[in-house]
Design a protein around this ligand. Structure first.
Ligand SMILES: Cc1cc2nc3c(=O)[nH]c(=O)nc-3n(C[C@H](O)[C@H](O)[C@H](O)COP(=O)(O)OP(=O)(O)OC[C@H]3O[C@@H](n4cnc5c(N)ncnc54)[C@H](O)[C@@H]3O)c2cc1C
Length: 381
């Protein structure tokens, strides 16, 4: 007898958004006895590998492999930033609980320092209370004038997360598979192709990072240096008057240290350039001294580059697209099944990941309720 494929949710993409969403969907199905036979399948053209510098063929678009990554809240001054701020707080709460559970998944709670040559008024308005209320992160404290690095006029410290991004994504994939998740290695030409990649697909989650032919999507180029640095126990970010950035992000769990970096919207250059590399190395010297002088354990170290990295942050005008697209109402995907879109996280995919994933699960819950009403005939949704 041929075994029938269980009702299936297909998630396109194995970046941090696809993985977090797939795990949230598994949890949703676990908590609903009427859906115990359902399964989640991730289909993707690229998959996590956690060995920095290994000759892996990850593309410049597979953003999750190149991210620093740290959690660095941005004051919520616009509607989009307020929404992202809510997702960030949900993510911080989830990180807290993952850490409490004792699972070693590439997350480290550590000190974060931000310093500014010329801070905007939104930063000056922050207090310990407002910062913690908005982000869920504790330990906010303004730096004293003596603590500020040369050329900066304002700064603060708080407890935040550093994420060894390739390792973290690999661990999320392991969790997904152990919980019964299935994987398909494929490059899709369209969202609609996902609805036929296996049988009995109920709906699709599009977590493809850059989406499919969405004219609002654009890259923010990031040129960073992955180094052998092991002397840092905190992440430090400096925002300069001319709009440039310097940051140090330790990748705990033997992942070296990321030194960055650029944020260049609409810049399609694929290769690292030597001028930026030199600038980043020169400018990090001061932060390096600063990191070791403000730490009890760290010693300055001669740092060498393991790999120069250019990655693309998948940005979108108006921010993340998180919504259901129904068949027939569509002008973008022409999918025959409902699609939950979850792409365009820009430079914040890790720090908002669990908030977006919760949103995906919430939309999935409403779709599944409709499938129930139509007795499993998803085409009539
Ligand atoms: C240099 C740099 C530094 C960063 N620093 C930070 C940081 O400190 N904090 C932070 O929160 N974020 C940071 N980011 C941003 C973060 O990396 C992204 O927001 C995040 O990785 C986006 O995740 P995603 O899952 O949406 O997309 P991706 O990681 O790009 O994943 C997309 C997935 O979809 C798959 N896919 C795409 N198209 C298809 C197709 N046609 N068929 C099949 N599969 C497909 C891909 O193979 C991949 O698996 C940084 C990014 C860069 C480049």
């Amino acid at each position: 007898m041929i075994k029938k494929t269980p009702p299936t949710i297909v998630v396109i993409g194995c970046g941090v958004i696809g993985l977090s969403s797939a795990l949230s969907l598994q949890e949703l199905l676990r908590n609903d006895p009427s859906k115990s036979s359902w399964q989640v399948v991730i289909v993707s053209k690229e998959w996590p590998t956690s060995i920095p510098g290994a000759p892996i063929p990850h593309s410049i678009e597979y953003s999750s492999m190149w991210a620093g990554a740290h959690v660095r809240p941005i004051p919520a001054t616009t509607t989009q930033l307020r929404e992202e701020g809510r997702w960030l707080k949900q993510t911080v709460m989830k990180f807290h609980s993952l850490l409490k559970s004792g699972d070693q998944i590439g997350l480290t709670l550590t000190s974060a320092i931000e310093v500014f040559e010329a801070p905007g008024s939104e930063y000056n308005a922050q207090t310990a209370e407002s910062f913690e209320a908005e982000s869920g992160l504790e330990g906010y404290r303004e730096l004293t004038a003596e603590e500020l690095p040369n050329g900066t006029t304002f700064g603060f410290e708080y407890e935040s997360y550093c994420i060894n991004s390739p390792s973290y994504c690999g661990d999320l994939l392991r969790k997904f598979i152990i919980a019964g998740g299935k994987t398909i290695n494929a490059t899709l030409r369209s969202v609609d192709e996902a609805s036929t990649i296996t049988s009995n697909v109920q709906f699709v989650v599009n977590a493809s990072g850059i989406g499919f032919n969405d004219s609002k999507v654009f890259p923010i180029r990031g040129h960073i240096l992955l180094t052998n640095g092991t002397c840092f126990d905190k992440t430090i970010t400096r925002q300069n008057l001319d709009g440039t950035w310097n940051f140090i992000i330790p990748r705990f769990f033997s992942g070296g240290t990321v030194i960055g970096g650029t944020k260049e919207p609409h810049d399609w250059r694929r290769d690292p350039d030597s001028v930026t590399c030199r600038r980043l190395l020169d400018e990090v010297e001061e932060l390096k001294q600063y990191a070791s002088s403000s730490s009890s354990s760290s010693q300055p170290q001669n740092i060498s580059i393991i790999r120069e990295i250019v990655g693309r942050r998948p940005a979108r005008e108006g921010g993340v697209r998180l919504e259901i697209e129904f068949p027939g109402n569509t002008h973008s995907t022409k999918s025959k099944l409902p699609v939950i879109h979850a792409y365009g996280a820009g430079g914040r995919g890790f720090e908002i990941s669990w908030g977006v994933a919760d949103g995906v699960a919430e939309l999935a819950r409403s779709l599944m309720a409709k499938v129930d009403q139509t007795k499993g005939r998803p085409a009539k949704l």
